[in-house]
Design a protein around this ligand. Structure first.
Ligand code: EPU
Length: 451
């Protein structure tokens, strides 16, 4: 498809200012939470990305009226008349996102039944949903898997439960929160995910009338309430997008100020960025100065010149180094002098994109062993999940096909850092999670055009 190809003339440092809005991985869940309220909810700073459109479509199919509010990026969701949708209508969204699985609890509370299509999302491993199904069954849901998707009912209502996740899964923790908040009685969730986006979802649910306590050691306690009302919320900024642009600044030897980026959510990333020789300045002190309106602060990232330093890293659940920060950073690590190690411990197949970087001149070897850190779940299961990156490498242009969202952005950065003209195929996939990335590239002085 020719309308899905970006021609990138690389070799120019990216310079300038861009802004990130609400985090994709919170906004989509907060939209689902709106289904639980009896009155309208208002969400600000919603990015224009495909995942948001998918959730909006699903909400509308279930009778939620979604409209744009007065502010740019503001949406209003009115769930007063929630209704069932037909399997065929819902299936239009099959394969387009992971979010539909999170509608289970809210739909069971509102309608007593739910149908969930086959899931989509990025192809970065098998991405099972066994933790979700197990938790829903413990709440009392009846789950029937069928070829067209999953049918659920709750003949005796949903009741609080004592649960422990085998791994601190983000999605399964959200599933439990969105179900327990209106279930009868108390739910205790052990080994929960505690990503900032999860804490922000808890803030949303608390605004709606929920009673949720985050204890130490990954324990979350939820006291079910019979009714919730709508919320008004300004989401946590997108720390994955912010880190992607930071890596782009480093890889292209440029300087990018990411307005809206927040230090507290990115501390782990910032430490790594500094260790490899990148520089940053937190610019939130500008907020409130005369002539500055709104949340104009952010973080400025730049390459100070000279060699970057190698690093040994492993991805992990929060507060570890996020799996979604890995791919863009590896592009920058191809420019570090020496051997870097990246041990991916969250997804078993998230290093496939390194083939394309090698094709462009990088020297990256992937291994089945757990390198450079503690052994992980994938070590004995024959997955190539550790990478050794030898640098610095001079990257040259290539024709690239985007495999998934984050790897796609990494491809794009590599093409921008490389000398010569690359063609990046499947570039529309990037719209799933990066709002107006072409506009932002233009603002940063990149030389790109649609084929
Ligand atoms: N897992 C299971 N069974 C389950 C659920 C998860 O084995 O029932 C495993 C997964 O296979 C994976 C690990 O647990 O190995 C972690 O998965 P998790 O459930 O935490 O991921 P997710 O909720 O599906 C979200 C984000 C991802 C992000 C991960 C980790 C959304 C929509 N997606 O996925 O974001 O990488 O958490 O932080 O919130 C992206 O934005 O590009 C993206 C992939």
């Amino acid at each position: 498809m020719t309308d899905d190809v970006l021609v990138v003339h690389g070799g120019t440092p990216l310079q300038g200012q861009i802004r990130v809005r609400g985090a994709k991985n919170l906004v989509s869940k907060a939209m689902v939470a709106a289904l639980l309220g009896e009155t309208p909810s208002r969400l600000y700073d919603v990015p224009r990305i495909r995942d948001v459109e998918v959730v909006r479509g699903l909400l509308e199919l279930h009778g939620v009226k979604v409209s744009d509010g007065a502010d740019d990026g503001e949406i209003v969701m009115d769930p007063t008349n929630v209704e069932s949708a037909s399997t065929d209508e819902i299936n239009v969204h099959a394969g387009s996102s992971r979010i539909p699985i999170l509608l289970c609890g809210p739909l069971l509370h509102r309608l007593g039944r739910a149908f969930i299509p086959d899931l989509g999302g990025c192809h970065i491993g098998p991405r099972p949903i066994d933790f979700h199904i197990q938790a829903l069954r413990e709440f009392g849901a009846v789950v029937d898997k069928a070829p067209e998707g999953m049918h659920l009912s709750a003949p005796n209502g949903l009741k609080g439960a004592k649960l422990e996740l085998p791994y601190p899964s983000v999605g399964a923790t959200e599933q439990v929160l969105l179900t327990a908040v209106r279930a009868e009685g108390v739910t205790e969730l052990r080994n929960a995910a505690i990503e900032p986006e999860i804490i922000d979802l808890i803030c949303v649910l608390q605004k709606m009338g929920g009673i949720i306590t985050v204890h130490t050691d990954r324990v979350i306690e939820i006291q079910g309430v019979p009714k919730l009302h709508g919320y008004a919320h300004r989401p946590i900024p997108d720390r994955i997008e912010a880190a992607s642009w930071a890596a782009a600044a480093l890889a292209t030897k440029g300087e990018i100020e990411v307005l809206g980026a927040r230090q507290a959510d990115m501390m782990t990333f910032l430490n790594v960025f500094r260790s490899i020789g990148g520089e940053f300045e937190v610019t939130d002190d500008r907020v409130g100065r005369p002539g500055v309106t709104g949340a104009e602060g952010g973080i400025k990232f730049w390459h100070p010149g000279g060699d970057l330093k190698p690093v040994a890293l492993e991805t992990d659940v929060h507060p570890g180094f996020m799996t979604d920060w890995q791919q863009p950073l590896v592009v920058a690590l191809t420019q570090a002098r020496g051997l870097s190690i990246m041990h991916e411990t969250v997804y078993e197949q998230r290093l496939g994109y390194t083939d394309a970087l090698n094709q462009m001149g990088a020297t990256i070897q992937v291994y089945r062993d757990c390198l450079g850190g503690t052994p992980c779940r994938f070590g004995r299961r024959n997955f190539k999940h550790s990478a050794v990156i030898a640098g610095p490498s001079k990257l040259h242009a290539a024709d690239l096909v985007i495999p998934d969202l984050r790897a796609g952005f990494a491809h794009l950065i590599a093409a921008l850092a490389a000398e010569g003209t690359s063609r990046v195929y499947g570039v529309n996939l990037i719209n799933r999670g990066y709002e107006d990335f072409e506009g932002k590239l233009a603002a940063l002085g990149a030389h790109v055009e649609r084929l």
